[in-house]
Design a protein around this ligand. Structure first.
Ligand code: F3S
Ligand code: FES
Length: 227
């Protein structure tokens, strides 16, 4: 049995037939096409195991990791497109550098931790909280899924991934800088909590609750303190 695989390649849409095998992933279909039909088909991947975060694309309209997304036996066909919020470099390869430019504004490094020389006891709960944020694999699926990013590109909004990164620093018990003020300047409140980022995160990070709402509460407390 062969399945129909439609791939958006720049302005062209190309259709391929790929032999189906049980438990195959979308990435397997692309590798088959590259090996047997179209050697110049461009897409990113490294680990094939959902760890490196490089293979994200939109499959049937939803941002997923292609190495984890199973092709079902009864599928009518799959359509693969690049992440739609980024400029395309070639085929499924996109340029997410804007997200990193936005991240630069959030002090993405530890501040003050080294100066703190005294013995410090870190509790399990604190470790778990910061570790949840550090599970992020930079796949950009949350960013691509967010309707604020998709529909309001001119609105100032750093996006869910960068909020997770900032909160990973903020939740470290030895970190001295609170980034709620910086996040606020970078559009934190433009998130209206639709939760698509959380629903689609392959690492199951509770982005909305544990990063975004957490930062909003801190930003709110900060303002109250200023009153
Ligand atoms: Fe976007 Fe996630 Fe907020 S999808 S609107 S960043 S809750
Ligand atoms: Fe590494 Fe998919 S290839 S996450």
């Amino acid at each position: 049995m062969k399945i129909k695989v439609t791939v958006k390649r720049g302005k062209e849409v190309k259709i391929y037939k790929v032999p189906f095998r049980l438990k195959m992933r979308v990435l397997d279909a692309l590798l088959y096409i590259q090996e047997n039909q179209e050697p110049d088909l461009a897409f990113r991947w490294n680990c094939g195991e959902g760890i490196c975060g490089s293979c994200a694309a939109e499959v049937n309209g939803k941002a997923v990791l292609m190495c984890k997304e199973e092709v079902k036996e009864n599928t009518k066909g799959i359509t693969i497109e690049p992440l739609s919020v980024f400029p395309v470099i070639k085929d499924l390869v996109t340029d997410p550098s804007d997200v990193y430019k936005k991240l630069d504004k959030l002090k993405p490094y530890y501040t003050g931790a080294e100066q703190e020389k005294r013995f410090y006891k870190i509790f399990d709960k604190e470790i778990k909280e910061t570790q949840e944020m550090r599970k992020c694999i930079n796949c950009f699926i949350c960013y691509d899924s967010c309707h604020v990013i998709r529909n309001h590109p001119d609105l100032k909004f750093t996006g869910p991934m960068n909020i997770v990164k900032a909160v990973a620093f903020d939740k470290h018990p030895k970190e001295k800088t609170g980034r709620a003020g910086l996040l606020e300047k970078e559009g934190l409140w433009n998130c209206n909590v639709t939760r698509c980022c959380t629903q689609n995160c392959p690492q199951k990070i509770k982005i909305t609750e544990n990063a975004i709402i957490w930062s909003k509460e801190r930003s709110h407390d900060m303002k109250k303190g200023e009153e």
